[in-house]
Design a protein around this ligand. Structure first.
Ligand code: GLN
Length: 482
């Protein structure tokens, strides 16, 4: 009841697309009955959880924040949604996102942008008052980051205890960093993607947003495991419930600090203004490394020489997969269909023009360009090879004895919405993912945890990256640091 009333009170954040009040109340009643009757309880019994609106939910509208899927009601639950329900979780609703999870601001969905709850913190408001250039209060709010910004805002505003996001290039970690939360991206293959409407099949993973690392581990325990409906899930044994040990001593750990060379990016983006890593984030990053060192851990600099190509490489692969994924939205099978009936081709074209926003259409066009017969070798195949080099950089770092890598999550704290939309969103979105995208291309687990507040009073996150399928070890280190 309390979470539902907070959802109503914080409606202005635009965190939810659909609030499933009736479903949640019914589930709560059943959970209470189980408790009172002394029946065995699930790991998440009675816990309010929200789900990003790109996971299929049986009987509940699933829109991907797109005109294309407005009104679409899936006949089945995504495996992760079913697993949450099987463990007794209460489904609070479906959260807002960038259309089809393309973006890193949660500003691009058809239901409008998500507002960061931290925009309304006392400390931040006072700071803004001191700024003579600050806009009036109604328009002066911060983005949540994205694309799982609705899930992040929902947890951050206490409307639920955990939320599912998706993470293809940083979409869970980025909003977690901007909203002061833990954002966990599991190893690719550890958690089923069945029912997660795909962005980039080879990089997508369901992500978990919570307020602390232990909570993320409990949710992971409920979700992880092989799924016959997703052939990319692996048969890794996983202890359940997924409890994290308390690490008393980090002196046996080796922490790797990658040296990022932003200038190499200008190789491709010469005319783009690549913002520097903010000095506050940079200083927190080195303080974190110092802390590990002072506690006896070995801290070494590592080189990931191909990371600088990750944004370019990601975009060739992402758009190519998008071009093929989006082909299913043709106005025939489900979702939106335009009124034009001159010919099937005209119907396809008009439906897709009306259904997708320009970010989605842009990616479909780029992807089809990269996949043209004459371009395929030069772009798509080359990007696949670069992806392998990027993944191998991580393998080399871990083979040199590194247990986890420590990096920033984002370049800076959350920025005001008006500032974010001033620049071309697509450029901004691409730049923001510099620390997170390579991880998806390598399929590794990574977690962003909140470390401190900036001078403006806004949360800043740092990211730990682990070896593939060493998710438990990764979270244990993050818990120690938390
Ligand atoms: N910002 C990236 C993109 O737009 C990643 C999005 C995501 O992780 N879903 O592709």
């Amino acid at each position: 009841q309390k979470c539902l009333s907070l959802i109503k009170k914080t409606k202005f954040l635009n965190a939810y697309i659909t609030v499933s009040e009736e479903v949640a109340l019914k589930q709560a009643e059943e959970s209470e009955k189980r408790y009172k009757n002394g029946q065995s309880l699930g790991d998440l019994d009675g816990i309010p959880i929200a789900v990003k609106d790109n996971f299929s939910t049986s009987g509940i509208e699933t829109t991907c924040a797109s005109n294309m899927l407005k009104g679409y009601i899936p006949p089945y639950n995504a495996t992760v949604v079913q697993k949450l329900l099987d463990q007794g979780a209460l489904l609070m609703g479906k959260t807002n996102l960038d259309e089809f999870a393309m973006g890193s601001g949660s500003t691009d969905g058809v239901f409008g942008p998500v507002k960061n709850p931290w925009s309304y913190s006392k400390q931040y408001r006072e700071k803004r008052k001191q700024n003579p250039h600050s806009e009036n209060e109604d328009s002066d709010w911060l983005i949540t980051g994205g694309s799982s910004g609705g899930s992040a805002a929902a947890v951050s505003a206490f409307t639920c205890y955990a939320a599912l996001g998706s993470d293809t290039g940083g979409s869970t970690r980025n909003p977690a960093a901007h909203c002061g939360l833990v954002g966990f991206k599991p190893s690719y293959g550890l958690v089923s993607r069945h029912g997660l409407i795909p962005l980039v099949n080879s990089m997508d993973v369901p992500g978990i947003l919570t307020r602390c690392v232990d909570d993320a581990a409990i949710v992971l325990g409920a979700l992880a495991g092989p799924d016959p409906r997703d052939s990319t899930t692996v048969h890794e044994p996983i202890n359940k419930p997924f409890m994290l040990p308390s690490l008393a001593d980090v002196s046996k750990l080796c922490i790797g600090i990658p040296k990022f060379q932003f200038c190499i990016l200008t190789f491709c983006y010469k005319e783009y203004l690549v913002p520097e890593l903010s000095s506050e984030v940079q200083s927190l990053w080195s303080k974190a490394a110092d802390l590990f060192e002072s506690e006896g851990a070995k801290v070494i600099e590592v080189s990931l020489p191909h990371t600088s190509y990750s944004i370019v490489c990601y975009h060739v692969l992402c758009t190519s997969e998008v071009a093929s994924n989006m082909a299913r939205f043709d106005g025939l099978q489900y979702g939106h269909r335009c009124d034009i009936d001159v010919s099937t081709e005209a119907m396809y074209a008009a439906t897709r023009r009306e259904g997708f926003n320009d970010v989605v259409r842009g990616r479909i066009l780029s992807g089809n360009f990269f996949l043209l017969k004459e371009n395929y070798e030069n772009y798509f195949v080359k990007a696949q090879k670069v992806r392998r080099l990027i993944a191998n950089d991580f393998v080399n770092a871990f083979n040199s004895g590194v247990d986890v890598l420590l990096t920033p999550t984002t370049l800076s704290e959350a920025v005001p919405y008006l500032e974010f939309i001033k620049e071309d969103n697509r450029t901004r979105s691409a730049q923001d993912d510099i620390f997170t995208q390579a991880v998806n291309m390598a399929g590794l687990p990574a977690v962003s945890i909140p470390v401190a507040l900036s001078n403006q009073g806004l949360p800043i996150g740092l990211q730990f990256i682990g070896r593939a399928f060493c998710d438990q070890q990764l979270l244990t280190v993050a818990k120690w640091f938390e």
